[in-house]
Structures are given as structure tokens and as C-alpha cells.
Design a protein around this ligand. Structure first.
Ligand code: PDD
Length: 286
């Protein structure tokens, strides 16, 4: 099926959607994005994604090109047009183009480029990987210093996924000054007993929307949450580990740099958090 995508106010077949070769997203990675999951045809945590989008834009001196209600309508229309039951919606906003290549930003009234498309992912909630758990390897974190801004500069995370693949793993956790920052496209956690440990928010990591929800649910379920850095050695010694993101929800990690955690199967805390997350976020899906 040819997807219908959204580009600058129009709903078009994906084969007819175009963006200028001078677009600053293309030339300078001068743009931000969001990925929102869809379950049962409804959007998970839309408000969180819309708020983070506004913050990312504002950190780059860009304005929200439409308000959150209008953005919600575009998301919903794409879900409807593409008949998405389970999947993802990708949104990207760039600083647009003034028809040439120049490092200096174009005039503030240059229209931004707004693109949204859907990705159908049947079985997303029941992903087989969640039953088995995934393997991660550690790599050096070589990204820039403003990882709290969700920019489209994803070359290093892409390289990280390739390094993981080459090592026979599913993903990579990045290390800076001896501690884990986050996964290539997800936040990283370890579990010791009833305590969940994850790096505190700062410019070092993306402020995950799934992270915020999962930590809230964990506290409500009387689990202890410690927001602090941890080393790979501490992670290898943990009872459990997991990652969170809009595309994986809560995904158990069963091996870190070749060291199998516990019984080598998803642990009780990770599995329970995945269940709680799916149940609770479906309740508030819109
Ligand atoms: N990635 N950290 C990084 C570096 C990420 O790229 C992501 C999301 C997260 C998790 O954020 P959230 O829970 O809001 O999805 C953490 C998206 C899914 C992606 O790039 O496809």
C-alpha cells in the first residue's frame, strides 16, 4: 500500500511528497523529530511528545509551526488514512530553506519544513524480543553535548547500531567518562532487587517520554527509583536491565558485553514494568 504522508499542509502519496535539496534538515541536520507510538489506533503519550517537540524547537530558536491540537489532528488523520492499528508516527520539523547553502540561519520568517509519516508495525505490543530479551554491547559515546534536544543528527546512533550488529548484539549502550549515558535510541536502566537505577536527566541524554511514564508507574508500584549514573561493570552485575523508548516500550536486556544477566531471560521487574506501561498508557491513549 502506498502510504499517505503529510508535507507542509498537504496529505500526499509518499511517491509525490518532495522537499527542497536546500532544506537545512538535509544540508545541516538542522531539524528536530518525534516518534509517537500507536496502539489500537490511538496515540500513546501524545502530550508528552508535543511538549518535548516544543522544547527542542525553542532550544534551536524555532517556533512551533502549529499548536498542539492542530498537530494532534494531523497525527490522527494519518492514522486514519493509513489504517494504522499498531505502529509509529514519525514527525520532523526543519528550519526549511532559503534556496541556498549558508551556515547562518535564514531569516526568522522562513517557513519551516514539516513532514509526518506512519510506519505500520503489526504486533508492536507483543514483540517477540520482549519475551526473549535483547543483547547490548557498550561503545564510546561520541555524540555532541546537547543530547536533550531531539535533533535529526543520528549518524552516530546509526553507527552504534551497526557496531552492535557486527558484534552479534541487538543494540549498544554508550559510555562517557566511565558511565552509561543511554542506548543508541533509548534510555538505559538496571535493576537491583526492587531498585531501578537510571541516569538522571541532564544535557547528556534525551529526556525520554517513555522514561518519565515508566518511572512514575514504578514509583506508584512501590519500586525504588535511583536516578544516577552507573558503570557497565555495575550493569553486568545487576539482577536485570532494560531499555525504554516509544518504539520498544519497556524492553528487557539479558546480556551486556557478553555477560549474561541472571538466568538469561527477562527478569520479573522488567516484565512487570512492560505490562504496567502497556496497560496504563493504553488507558490514556488518545
Ligand atoms: N528514539 N534516547 C535516545 C537517544 C532516543 O533516540 C530515544 C527515542 C530515547 C527514548 O525516548 P522516548 O521514550 O521519548 O521515545 C532515548 C526514538 C524512538 C527514535 O529515534 O526512533
Amino acid at each position: 500500500m502506498t502510504r499517505t504522508v503529510y508535507v507542509n499542509g498537504s496529505y500526499l502519496p509518499e511517491t509525490e511528497a518532495t522537499v527542497s535539496i536546500f532544506d537545512r534538515g538535509f544540508l545541516f541536520a538542522d531539524g528536530v523529530y518525534e516518534v509517537t507510538s500507536v496502539l489500537g489506533g490511538k496515540l500513546i503519550d501524545f502530550d508528552g511528545h508535543a511538549k518535548r517537540l516544543e522544547r527542542s524547537l525553542s532550544e534551536l530558536e524555532m517556533a512551533m509551526p502549529m499548536d498542539s491540537d492542530a498537530l494532534l489532528e494531523v497525527h490522527r488523520e494519518l492514522v486514519r488514512l493509513n489504517e494504522i492499528d499498531e505502529g509509529l508516527i514519525y514527525l520532523q520539523i526543519t528550519r526549511g530553506s532559503d534556496g541556498d547553502r549558508d551556515f547562518v540561519y535564514p531569516a526568522a520568517d522562513t517557513p519551516p519544513t514539516i513532514v509526518l509519516f506512519t510506519q505500520a508495525k503489526p504486533g508492536l505490543a507483543q514483540a517477540p524480543a520482549a519475551q526473549k530479551g535483547i543483547k547490548v554491547v557498550s561503545i564510546e559515546d561520541q555524540r555532541w553535548g546537547r543530547r536533550d534536544i531531539k535533533t535529526v543528527q543520528l549518524l552516530y546512533p546509526s553507527m552504534g547500531k551497526m557496531m552492535a550488529k557486527a558484534a552479534g548484539a541487538d543494540d549498544a549502550w554508550m559510555i562517557e567518562d566511565g558511565t552509561v549515558t543511554e542506548g543508541t535510541s533509548n534510555n538505559a536502566y538496571i535493576v537491583k532487587g526492587n531498585t531501578i537505577i537510571t541516569r538522571q536527566l541532564s544535557n547528556d541524554i534525551l529526556h525520554g517520554i517513555t522514561r518519565a511514564a515508566v518511572l512514575r508507574f514504578a514509583r506508584e508500584a512501590q519500586m525504588t527509583v535511583e536516578e544516577r549514573p552507573f558503570t557497565i561493570e555495575e550493569a553486568q552485575d545487576a539482577d536485570e536491565a532494560f531499555i525504554t523508548s516509544a518504539s520498544t516500550f519497556v524492553m528487557p536486556v539479558v546480556e551486556i558485553d557478553g555477560k549474561v544477566l541472571g538466568a538469561g531471560a527477562p527478569g520479573g521487574v522488567s516484565s512487570r514494568l512492560r505490562e504496567i506501561y502497556l496497560e496504563e498508557s493504553l488507558k490514556s491513549a488518545i
